[in-house]
Structure formats: structure tokens, C-alpha cells
Design a protein around this ligand. Sequence first.
Ligand code: ADP
Ligand code: MG
Length: 244
Amino acid sequence: MARPLIELKGIGKSYGKLRVIDGIDLDIPRHSVVSLIGASGSGKSTLLRCLNGLEDIQQGQIRFDGEVISGLGIDHVALRRRIGMVFQSYNLFPHMSVLDNCIVAPVTTHSCSRTEAEARALTMLERVGMRDKAKAFPDQLSGGQQQRVAIARTMIMQPEALLLDEITSALDPELVMEVLDLVRDLAMQGMTMLLTTHEMNFAREISDKVCFLHAGRILEEGPPEQVFGSPREAATRSFLRRVT
Ligand code: ADP
Ligand code: MG
């Protein structure tokens, strides 16, 4: 069997005395979509943040394409180029145009020339349906449009995997679909993704695997039909009753 793109082994993390991630093992095969579901505070965001080095871990090991990416001596700038992350708040720079927001990372990290960055940015903006807004500023866009730009900005770095943390939670309900449609396109194009979402129908539809987090552990995992359709654990059933 092919080696998973991302391998988490025995991950543990605490904030002071609070154990937030309590022994997580998880494999994410290349080209697969894995969703993390679970109550607020169960550790979903922390786990994603550990994966691209925004937080360090105290136990365990993370491998990306076979290479250890946790612990000391990791080049986090290089890592974040390989593992892109999109957040609930789009975090676009308000004083920069859409196009400039998209090229700031490749240009400042010297990963390509400005001309090439602009060409790539326009191609990516086209893909997310935002090319005609390249000159606009973030406050002239809807939340859904800003989030599509944020995704394009991440994709410009040509990441090998994407981490998506509640990327539709701040959006008005009528704008959620345009962002989810884009995530669905990326999945169909084979992007490897680890995501957290409140949109259970979406998680059910898009995921190859769903993990239910409870108090920093994966209490239950499996194909979406199983986790949503016939959850084994009482805590999973109770969570799903509350959110669906
Ligand atoms: P989720 O994304 O599932 O809602 P989080 O990963 O954000 O959960 O949080 C898990 C737990 O870690 C919560 O109890 C939260 O309060 C705590 N936590 C998250 N970040 C910090 C931090 N920087 N310092 C202290 N505690 C934190
Ligand atoms: Mg969270």
C-alpha cells in the first residue's frame, strides 16, 4: 500500500495543565479528504495548527511524505509552502488589492518572480471565479468572495495538502455554498485535504474518512456513511443529534 501523505503518530499537546491533544494517530492518504468533527474545544483547530507548525507538539511525531516535520530544526516557511492552511477569518490584507494579496507570499519568499506570481495568481483567481475582481480591495467583496480569494492565495503556493479550519463558519448562509463548491472542485482535482467543518452534510458528502474528536482524542473514525449513518459511540451520537 502507498505511504500516506500525512502520518500522525501518538500526537500529544498540552497548554499548561490542559491536555488538548491526547494521543492522536491518523493517516491521511494522498488525494484523500479527511474531516474532523466534534464539539467546540475538542481540539480540531489545535490539531490542524500542529500540522503546519503553528503549534509545537509535546509527544509523538508528524510525517509528511515520509519526512518528519515535527520537533526541532524544522523550516516552517518551507513547510507552510507544502501544507497550505485556510482559516475561518479570511485574513486578507485590507490595504492590498486581491491580486497583491495573492502574490505577496510568493514574492516575499522569493519562490518566483513578480511576473510569474501575477500570472499564477490570475490563473488561480480564474479558477475560483474571482479574476474580474483582481483589482478590487477586500472590503469591496462579500465574505464568500474574500474566502475564495483566501483559498486562491493559498493555492498559488502550490501546496501538496490543504488544511481548512471552519472556512465557512463566518459566512452568511447564502454564501456558504460558493465556498463549499470550490472545496469540492479541489477535492475532485485530487487535492489532499484535512478539514474541520460545521457543515455535516458537506463532510458526509466530500470525505473519504471522518474522525470524531472528543477531548483531544479520535473517539471514532470511519467512512462517512458509518460515522454519520451508524455511529458506534454514545458521544458521537449525542454530538450528531445536537448538530444535525
Ligand atoms: P476546537 O477547534 O475543536 O474548537 P481548539 O483546538 O480550538 O478546539 O481548542 C481545544 C482546547 O484547547 C480548548 O479547551 C481551548 O480552550 C484550548 N486552547 C486552544 N488554544 C489555546 C491556547 N493558545 N492557549 C490555551 N488554551 C488553548
Ligand atoms: Mg476550532
